[in-house]
Ligand binder design. Sequence first.
Ligand code: DAH
Length: 358
Amino acid sequence: MSDIETLEQELTAKIAGAETEAALEDVRVAALGKKGVVSEQMKTLGKMSPEKRKEMGPALNGLKTRIAEAIEAKKTKLEDAALDARLATEKVDITLPVAPDVKGKIHPVSQATEEIIAIFSAMGFDVVEGPDIEDDFHNFTALNFPEDHPAREMHDTFFFEPKEDGSRMLLRTHTSPVQIRTMMNEKPPIRIVIPGRTFRCDSDQTHTPMFHQVEGLVIDHETHMGHLKGTLEAFAKAFFEVDTVKTRFRPHFFPFTEPSAEMDIGYERVGNEIRIGQGDKWMEILGCGMVHPNVLKNCGLDPDEYQGFAFGLGIDRVAMLKYGIPDLRDFFAADARWLEHYGFDALDQPSLWAGLSR
Ligand code: DAH
């Protein structure tokens, strides 16, 4: 047997005998490291006669490759075995009943969303959702934002890298694009609410880069401001769980509604507590208006035949108000103690008949 064959047998046996990744690494260094046996053999090639080198060169290179491959294969085997061992000890039996001291809580944003849906469902609204990643057409153009209008900038939009044709996708800045998606695909009458995530590049005590909105849209033959006000006042009473609520509609501008308004609700501060519905202070809670004729046209609806109203409400904001949560950023800090304090029981589904929040 040649020296090379003997060496290969020895090394192969050592590789097979290595029981841990550390032991295998020792074998690798001893064979292929700078001062390893194979490397030392390679160094002797330079001193050989050309004929000998012609014979030994390929033989040694072959040895080196085979040993490296054997080490790599053994390494994968050891890693797989280590992973299997870990998986066996870390196994979780998900069919076990929940331990009495481990109790999940519903996040106030989820709770408020469910409450809002319960209220509008009772009024005959359907729930519709849309994509978080939008195009310029649905988020702005179809909603009657003029090209280059400052309102596009006002939204502090997160844009993606431009595509080959120069267009850019974006993270939707509001839930209003789902109005467009619905009107383009469904024939009125339409009566929907659209809950979802929205994104703007903004962060302070009352703003986070991701937040939540509920959009409302009603389209029918004879829809007017009276329907809008009645619906939103009924909503405010139900949501804040008060018998009366003072509301005020202030003229405002949105490109997609005409006329447009912001709805304020009356409140008073008693010590640290905010009482909704009474008092002489006003707080803005949503934007609303009659759907702009251009928006109807952009969706293929005839403004002489159909009218509608729409509104957009910040879910996080009303959840903060209703549940007395001072800092919006805490909503997304994923702090289990915070959730334990502000969270809701998973088995209490909000409904109008059983009470929204108990
Ligand atoms: N999309 C608006 C925003 O995020 C909110 C809004 C205002 C929605 C008026 C509407 C509406 O549907 O009619 O600022």
